[in-house]
Design a protein around this ligand. Structure first.
Ligand code: AMP
Length: 114
């Protein structure tokens, strides 16, 4: 996707602070962190949002969740607890149109998701 900022990050055209990468996924620090640890996990391949993934993408979805778990462990937030969140579409609050998992932790998160 030519105009996708996260595709550009995945391609190395826009810098990021990477914390994990492999052939399918990338994890990097959010530019506007909402918690002491705020990492975004993205697939290298472009998908507009969670709804754009289907049954043929189950392995990738599992992998992204696994990467979120690895990031939480490596960032030292797994023991105290953390949140993985996906905003999807307009009412879901999605701003960047490339599916991404937020990994948030390092402080007490509120029970309110909205
Ligand atoms: P969402 O609202 O779920 O689409 O979240 C998009 C997230 O991407 C926000 O938390 C932004 O702070 C973050 N973001 C946008 N541009 C960048 C960037 N260049 N590097 C890192 N994070 C970014």
């Amino acid at each position: 996707m030519n105009d996708c900022i996260f595709c550009k990050i995945a391609a190395g055209e826009i810098p990021c602070t990477s914390v994990f990468e492999d052939e399918r996924a990338l994890a990097f620090r959010d530019i506007n962190p909402q918690a002491p640890v705020h990492v975004l996990v993205i697939p290298r391949k472009h998908y507009k949002n969670l709804t754009a993934l289907d049954a043929s993408d189950h392995d990738l979805m599992r992998h992204l969740l696994h990467v979120a778990n690895v990031v939480a462990i490596e960032e030292g937030i797994a023991m105290d607890g953390y949140r993985v969140a996906v905003n999807c579409g307009l009412q879901g609050g999605q701003v960047v149109q490339h599916v991404h998992f937020h990994v948030l932790g390092g402080r007490q998160l509120s029970g309110e998701l909205g």
